[in-house]
Unconditional design. Structure first.
Lengths: 228, 122
């Protein structure tokens, strides 16, 4: 019986870690948003639920420090929500520390170092399927990728992540790209994500450095624009 | 013994189901939210329900109320699963009609025994 449990747990644990790392990425985004909007109760609630999820399952999967740190951060979120006040900088710093403790528990510190050496790409796209496809292709090619599904917060995520390249939903490109230019990494570029049927290579004038023309040429376009 | 797990977290449902089946030899059915859990409870009539407290939408307390209201499910013992283990909260949850409360995170090796102990089914 314990053998069955151990074998089953090993499989579930791998999946748990993958899910948890995605939650940590979401927490990074939400904490950046809270730093920009300390009184945003929806963002605070999202962060609290993410911490709650990690707190409730970490130790069950053999990561007691995950439950401990996430539980402390969840309680802090709970306290702030109950007091109906904004989050302070010190509290955000404390939550970020909790996230880092959890990340280290998963051995993610090495991955973070690798990510910092890789070229960073932020995908600001509200179409989940499109964002997932681009993330898969670009991460497989060795880029460090972060996604943002709410264009309202793209500038905040851009400031936090400092990407070398921004893949930006064409619908928001004209409005947002100039606002985010200051936050791109040194020499940062912008590619507008348009229809796959769109004209190849025709970037919106004065806004983007290129357009993603088709699924098969995503990597070529990204490499070309980064090299410009 | 047949147990219905109602929890929105797939990571928790999976490990709970594994623990109850592999260690406790129980049959397990699962639902990811309160309304689906209520429907499954009414059609499948499990021997016990393990119900998460903090779920988006209809939370565990609301779901517990609906289970107690339904003639088909009111006699099924419900054990709440919660990450909040303050003693006054545990008392409040039991006063709402729960047979007992188990806390998260739990030990997968011990969960089935703890559930049986609460249900009085060694």
């Amino acid at each position: 019986v314990s053998g069955d449990l151990a074998a089953g747990l090993a499989v579930l644990r791998e999946k748990f870690v993958r899910n948890a790392l995605e939650k940590l990425d979401l927490l990074d985004q939400n904490l950046s948003r809270l730093a920009a909007e300390p009184g945003n109760t929806e963002t605070l609630d999202r962060a609290m639920r993410l911490f709650h999820s990690l707190a409730g399952s970490g130790a069950t999967y053999g990561f007691p420090e995950v439950s401990h740190s996430a539980g402390a951060a969840e309680s802090l979120c709970d306290e702030i929500a109950a007091a109906r006040r904004g989050v302070t900088e010190a509290e955000i710093a404390s939550m970020r520390s909790g996230v880092e403790v959890i990340r280290r528990a998963f051995g993610e510190d090495e991955q973070s170092e690798a990510d910092s050496a890789a070229q960073r790409i932020l995908i600001a796209e509200d179409d989940a399927g499109e964002a997932s496809f681009l993330t898969l292709v670009l991460e497989t090619a060795g880029y460090a990728v972060r996604t943002c599904d709410d264009l309202t917060y793209a500038a905040v995520d851009c400031a936090d992540f400092e990407p070398h390249l921004l893949l930006l939903d064409e619908a928001g490109a004209a409005r947002l790209a100039p606002l985010m230019a200051d936050h791109l990494g040194r020499g940062g570029k912008v590619i507008a994500i348009g229809s796959f049927a769109g004209a190849e290579g025709q970037a919106p004038t004065g806004v983007a450095d290129g357009v993603k023309p088709s699924p098969r040429t995503v990597l070529e376009t990204v490499a070309r624009v980064l090299a410009q | 013994m047949r147990v219905l797990i109602i929890d929105d977290e797939e990571d928790v449902r999976s490990v709970t189901a594994l623990s109850l089946s592999a260690v406790g030899g129980m049959d397990v059915i699962e639902a990811s939210n309160g309304p689906d859990g209520l429907r499954l409870a009414q059609t499948e009539r499990p021997d016990a329900i393990l119900l998460d407290v903090m779920m988006p939408g209809e939370d565990g307390i609301t779901t517990l109320g609906r289970l107690r209201e339904s003639e088909l499910t009111r006699s099924i013992p419900v054990v709440l699963l919660t990450a909040k283990a303050m003693s006054f909260e545990l008392r409040r949850l039991q006063e709402l009609g729960a047979r007992g409360v188990l806390t998260k995170p739990f030990d997968p090796m011990a969960l089935a025994g703890e559930l049986r102990a609460i249900l009085g089914k060694p």
